[in-house]
Every structure is written in structure tokens, then in C-alpha cells.
Design a protein. Sequence first.
Length: 309
Amino acid sequence: MTSHSEANRQAFDHLASSYNSKPWQIGLSSQVSDALRSHLTWLGLPTPAPGRDIKLLDYACGPGSITTALSPYVTQTVALDVSPNMVEAYNAAATACGANAKATVGDLVAENVAPDFEGEEWKDFDVAVIGLGFHHFADPALAVKRLTERLKPGTGVLVIVDFLPFAPKEHQHHSHSGPDMQTTIKHHGFTSTGLESLFTSSGLEDFGFQTLPEPAKLEFADGGTSERTVFIAKGKRAPTVAGKLWRFIGGFQDAVSGQMGLKPDGTAGEWKAGFRKDGGDGSGSRMVGTKDEGTAGGMFRRDEPVGKE
């Protein structure tokens, strides 16, 4: 464990017994929970269905605010935190409410990740969320890369909930709960542009970024207060090379089925396509759809890259 990870462990071990006990903390958790639940489709969270498992990784889980928000929409939750006391609080809460969720002490961003986290249960997550912990990470780029590797290729989504940078009038050097916590804060907010760069370089696509409509109200141990803007950022893990190939083949099959008028049961319907050797303009062979007026409406053309939208 690095010195910074150790500082995080000590600080959050100290906070675990009182975390989410003050009105401003409860209010912040409620804001984040409501925002996630109202953006499920935008986040790309799969729709639950009989026999379909949806796995959530709640990273830097704390006592389980993110799990509480998303547990109705997933079938299994695995959580990690560097703080043993936070893990204990999380598991006690999960047991009390009967959730299919369990937290473990661990660090996926460590230089050498423990072998315990190389099993199949730690891979192919449908969604991974870092809820208000990202600004405590020493190396955000490495964190995004490591968590992206844990997502299901082609569909798995990484979600980060954190703060925008301080506005000039907001930038105050207060500590949430004393000097121990202050030493663990490595970043005073993130921008959309900066996060998009991190996501893209880690193999995530379909980047999205939204801010919560109301600022979060924070209180500090020294009596100070502040308002911060909370954001939700999301990105989907790109398919593997094999996945991209199969996606292309599937798209081609769908297109051909449409031209042939195949019915949903796979039987042939009315033929709706023609094949003209020269495309009618000397440009070479192409697949065409025949319009009512007898002209051709092309689907794949030699002068249009396949897959271009």
C-alpha cells in the first residue's frame, strides 16, 4: 500500500462510524442517489430481465451510498474500499437490508494488485461506479484504466460522480473532518474536457457528462461551509477487436435481412432489393433498394465507407 493509500485508509477508518450521519452528508447522498436513478437510461444501465445478471462494482464504496441507490436495478453488487472500517459498515448495512452485496478490503489501483482480485468474479462488470471518491485518488488516469479493464467489453459502463473545480469564490482550504482528511484530497475538482480525455485514452467511448441542477452544500470541521457543483460522467468500454468484427457482421446480416424482406421468424417475405452491376452510374457494383419511381436508393455503396452513419 502506497503512503497515499495508507493516508486514505487511516482517514476513512476514522470517519466510518459517523459517515453519512450529519444532515449535509445525508442531503448530498440523497442528491447523488436521485440523480443516478433519474438517469438510468442515459447511463446505459442494462434493463433487468428474468435470467439476466447485472453486475455492479461499487469502487471506493464507503458505507454503501451508491449501492443503496442502484441495488434495485442490478442483481449482484461487489464493493471495494481501502478502509476496513468502511467495509465493515458497508457489510453490516447490506446484511440488514438483505441486499445481494458484499464489500472487501482492496485496491485495484495499487502498483501490484493482489491475486485475490484476478478471479472471474472481479471481471465483466456491467457498470462500475466511483461515488465522490475520485478526488482522493493519487492517479486518476490509472484508476480509470484499471476499472475500464474490469468492465464487460462493448457494453460495460464506467460512472464517476464527483465535483467540478472550485469557482473562484468557493475555493477555501477547509477540511471535511480535520487534517487527516485534508491530506487525502489530491484534486479540487474535474472538468468535462479533462475527464473525456482520460476516458478516451483508457478505451472508453460514448462519453457523457451532466451536472446536477442544485449545488451540494458542504460543511467543514472548522465551521466553514461551501457549495459545490456535482457532476456525473459516464463512458462505455469499447468492444474488443473480435467484438467489433461480430458487431459489423451482425449489422451486415441485419441490413441484408432488411433488403430481402425477411420476417421476424426468419422466413422470406417480399423481395425489396435489386442488384445492379454498375450501380447505374459506372461507379461499380453496389446493393440498392428499388424506389417506387424506379430509381435506386443505395444501402452500401463503394464510395461510402461501410459502417458510416
